[in-house]
Design a protein around this ligand. Structure first.
Ligand SMILES: C[S@@+](CC[C@H](N)C(=O)[O-])C[C@H]1O[C@@H](n2cnc3c(N)ncnc32)[C@H](O)[C@@H]1O
Length: 255
């Protein structure tokens, strides 16, 4: 875990302030989609949580988005990387009570402490996703997990795999693997969605006009393929997939 932690501590401690600023804007952009996904999943099952924990909250971009959306009056965040937890705490996000670095294994909270746990773009970064999901299910009655589905033809190309490895991905999921992970954590799937992502996402790192034009075409092609056949689309290129699981056998949270 210590090498793993060092990797994420370095990722949030960029010396180049221009690059740190750019990555901050990238995370804020991502948080808009991720926050919309959390809200959509909760709306699908009329879940109105009182307390939410984000495990692997990074620099707090998603917590800020969830706070702005009024998802829950009480929000907490736990993070493997100390510098990331410091950045998240410094935001002073309304509704946030605790943001703490932890060992990446045992979330420092009681069983059932939260109505909802969020694991957003974390499971693909860990060697033992089943254990982390089980830990989320220990501290919350419902869990939202979001991952990129990277077990597809485009993401399997060597250049894409090495880019994914560079940013710390060690798992390459498809939807059925996530379903199996949920079942293994005694969570019943109650809502799910996929998203081929907006143009702003695909164009974010485009450096010039022609790269931006290519990103526009890529977005249009992917959205058309996804609208026509969403399950086939995810075998061809990466979409973000988010799902909500509730503790099997638990009483539903009252809306
Ligand atoms: C791609 S970032 C996602 C951050 C945030 N959840 C979001 O969606 O914007 C992945 C985060 O997971 C954290 N992480 C990796 N392994 C972890 C673990 N075992 N427990 C908690 N966080 C972990 C990393 O430090 C990093 O901040």
């Amino acid at each position: 875990m210590s090498d793993h932690r060092a990797f994420y501590e370095a990722g949030y401690s960029l010396a180049d302030s221009g690059e740190a600023d750019r990555m901050g804007r990238w995370r804020a952009l991502g948080a808009r989609s991720k926050g919309a996904h959390v809200a959509d999943l909760c709306a699908q099952v009329q879940l109105r949580p009182t307390s939410v924990v984000e495990i692997g909250c990074g620099d707090g971009a998603l917590l800020a988005e969830l706070s702005a959306r009024g998802l829950a009056p009480a929000l907490d965040g736990f993070e493997l990387s100390g510098p990331a937890a410091d950045l998240a705490r410094a935001r002073e996000i309304p509704g946030v009570r605790r943001i703490e670095a932890y060992d990446g294994v045992r979330v420092p909270a009681e069983d059932g402490a939260y109505d909802l746990a969020v694991l957003s773009h974390v499971l693909e970064h860990v060697d033992a996703p089943a254990a982390l999901l089980a830990e989320a299910a220990r501290v919350a009655r419902a869990v939202i997990a979001e991952v990129p589905l990277e077990a597809n033809r485009s993401a399997g190309r060597p250049a894409k795999r090495s880019e994914a490895a560079r940013i710390g991905h060690v798992q390459f999921f498809d939807r059925s693997t996530i379903h199996a992970l949920l079942a293994g954590a005694d969570l019943t799937l109650v809502a799910e969605l996929s998203d081929p992502l907006p143009r702003a996402h695909h164009a974010f790192f485009a450096e010039d006009r022609s790269a931006r034009a290519r990103a526009g075409v890529k977005t249009a092609v992917r959205h058309a393929a996804w609208r026509a056949a969403p399950r086939r689309a995810e075998t061809l290129f990466t979409v973000h997939y988010a799902c909500l699981g509730e503790a099997t056998g638990a009483a539903r949270l009252a809306p």
